[in-house]
Ligand binder design. Sequence first.
Ligand SMILES: NC(=O)c1ccc[n+]([C@@H]2O[C@H](COP(=O)([O-])OP(=O)(O)OC[C@H]3O[C@@H](n4cnc5c(N)ncnc54)[C@H](OP(=O)(O)O)[C@@H]3O)[C@@H](O)[C@H]2O)c1
Length: 247
Amino acid sequence: VILESLLPAGAAPLDVTTDEGRADLRGRYAPPAGEWLRLNLVAAVSGDAAGGDGTSDSLSNPVDRAVLAAVRDLADAVLVGAASVRTEGYRVPRSAALVVVTASGDLTGHRLDPERAERVVVVCPEAAVATVRAALGPAVAPLVTVVTLPHDGTGRLDPAAVVSLLRDRGLRSLVCEGGPTLAGQLLRDGLVDELCLTTSPVVVGSGLPALGRERFDASRLELVQLLRDADSALYARWTVRGGPATR
Ligand SMILES: NC(=O)c1ccc[n+]([C@@H]2O[C@H](COP(=O)([O-])OP(=O)(O)OC[C@H]3O[C@@H](n4cnc5c(N)ncnc54)[C@H](OP(=O)(O)O)[C@@H]3O)[C@@H](O)[C@H]2O)c1
């Protein structure tokens, strides 16, 4: 539960089980600009996005979950791909909107609470709307906003169009929690300002690279913060040099 700061060196350790520690953590993760897009992912040292259970749960720990909560609290919206909703049974964050991107409309396995469903936005092609509504179920579907965008013929939406749609709705500070397929496309298209990466102290051969299988050109990163917990997990903030907010 104690997070020690390696960068900046000498910053006081913080205990994320306390209100004060959690407030401090939010301060350390405050985005530097109002319009900002982060990826927040956990990866094994081997670069895998999933552990032995086929999800990121087994790579995470209570400190990582505290970091995830802090980053969520600082965002206007959490952006995820539909496979993460299906695999990880996504819940709606306590304050941010939840935006789900899907080509198929299949959101089977979601755990969206009707009480928070008004903060859910599903972005999909027109042809997937009926599937989205059926998968959400009668208690949740009427409360969720479904927005359609043109697609490339296979159902894939343009990630830049998804981001602009959210910004047009006033959702300026965004965090994409994956999965790898969506995260890789955002990087490929130069839409990412910062990568918040937890490195879980494990090697595993899950076959799921943390940033997916998209091919994209290199971007230079700058390490602006590095924390370590007592379990040897590392919590890095990497900003993208020349990222969209600074262009
Ligand atoms: N390590 C981590 O931090 C982390 C985070 C999240 C998830 N995960 C793990 O990642 C795995 C899932 O991986 P994934 O890469 O398949 O997840 P994903 O990126 O969450 O989901 C991929 C799906 O998102 C939709 N999608 C993505 N880009 C789209 C686009 N441009 N247009 C329209 N729809 C788009 C499609 O949904 P449809 O299939 O519905 O068309 C696509 O199949 C799970 O094992 C999960 O546990 C790990």
